[in-house]
Write a protein that binds this ligand. Structure first.
Ligand code: AMP
Ligand code: MG
Length: 326
């Protein structure tokens, strides 16, 4: 059930509690409405992808309270800090290498070694983030492929029944998405033009922003820097062959495993949201256990299964990640 309520201190506190318990709360920012979850919880973040119906795991922007909170999540070079001081709170998103002790889960980053951060300039967004006390992962609060919502009614049209709460804070001011600048390469790079003009950013930096190289313009899901396991994956497996470990779904391969075989089940109950929440951790776990070959169970191509299969296909054929997006 979705609670649609006007945003006041009571409903914001309830919203923070919902986030703490792994729920989804849509909230206004100065750009568009965001679909928020606790960025530290892979389970909650999996629910975002499920609610949006995204066919792949795109990395999400982590919304934080202030520069200090951002510094706990990312390694910010001086130039990035300069932009943060000039434009935060505001419609600028900074992408930088994820900090080792950061709280955002790998699923929120879609497996990338970098993280996107923003301090939004909207009292409701800021109160919600402060009340949670952790970063809030939030893409725009619409179904995949639909336009970004600028009113709570738009959010309800798309996501009613799919989120726990919609905080109504009126029409958003900008309607334009945030400008995204990356500090992962040799020079600051404009990944997406948005509400903060390029010229303003360049004036603060005292330098031109670079254009993204091809790999960066491609949907981030396509880039080569995604985590790829060392283990060779054999997808759609109906049996475990000699020398293989297994990545299971719904217990199918587990039932066939010889004693001593390493089997990790993404979701013994066959729940696709649980499987998405476990995916990155289990791919790493295969490597941690020194697995060289793994059979991967069939995962149904519905709901989050589409995004899970997309990610598994890239992991199975690392060369694929170099192919430009269509
Ligand atoms: P939205 O939340 O819909 O405004 O979209 C977020 C944008 O941030 C998407 O275009 C993502 O590709 C981009 N993004 C988020 N995290 C990263 C990252 N780590 N590296 C590059 N781009 C990112
Ligand atoms: Mg969007």
């Amino acid at each position: 059930m979705t609670v649609l309520t006007s945003a006041d201190s009571g409903s914001i506190a309830r919203g923070a509690q919902i986030l703490r318990e792994g729920g989804l709360v849509a909230f206004p920012t100065e750009t568009v409405y965001g679909l928020g979850a606790d960025a530290a919880s892979a389970w909650a973040v999996a629910r975002i992808y499920d609610a949006k119906g995204r066919p792949s795991f795109n990395p999400l922007i982590a919304h934080v309270a202030n520069i200090e909170a951002a510094r706990r999540e990312a390694v910010l070079p001086d130039a990035a800090l300069k932009l943060a001081e000039a434009f935060w709170p505001g419609a600028l998103t900074i992408v930088a290498p994820a900090a080792p002790g950061g709280s955002a889960c790998e699923l929120a980053r879609a497996g990338l070694p970098s993280i996107a951060l923003r301090v939004p300039d909207h009292p409701v967004a800021r109160a919600l983030i402060s009340a949670l006390g952790r970063p809030v992962a939030a893409p725009s609060a619409n179904r995949s492929g639909h336009v970004s919502p600028v009113t709570a009614a738009h959010v309800a049209e798309d996501l009613s029944g799919r989120v726990d709460m919609i905080l109504d804070g009126g029409r958003t001011a900008t309607g334009l998405e945030s400008t995204i600048v990356s500090f992962c390469g040799a020079r600051p790079t404009l990944l997406r033009p948005g509400a903060v003009a390029r010229e303003k950013i360049e004036r603060v930096l005292g330098a031109k922003l670079a254009a993204p190289i091809r790999a960066e313009i491609m949907a981030p899901g396509m880039t080569a820097s995604h985590y790829a396991p060392n283990a060779r994956l054999r997808l759609e497996a109906h049996e475990i062959r000699a020398g293989e470990s297994a990545l299971d779904f719904g217990g199918r391969l587990t039932a066939l495993a010889a004693p001593g075989t390493v089997v990790l089940d993404l979701s013994p109950a066959g729940d696709l949201v649980e499987a998405a929440a476990n995916l990155f951790a289990y791919l790493r776990e295969l490597d941690a256990r020194g697995v060289e070959k793994a059979a991967v169970a069939h995962i149904p191509e519905r709901g989050l299964g589409e995004a899970i299969n997309d990610r598994l296909r890239r992991a199975a054929a690392p060369g694929l990640s170099q192919i430009p997006a269509q």
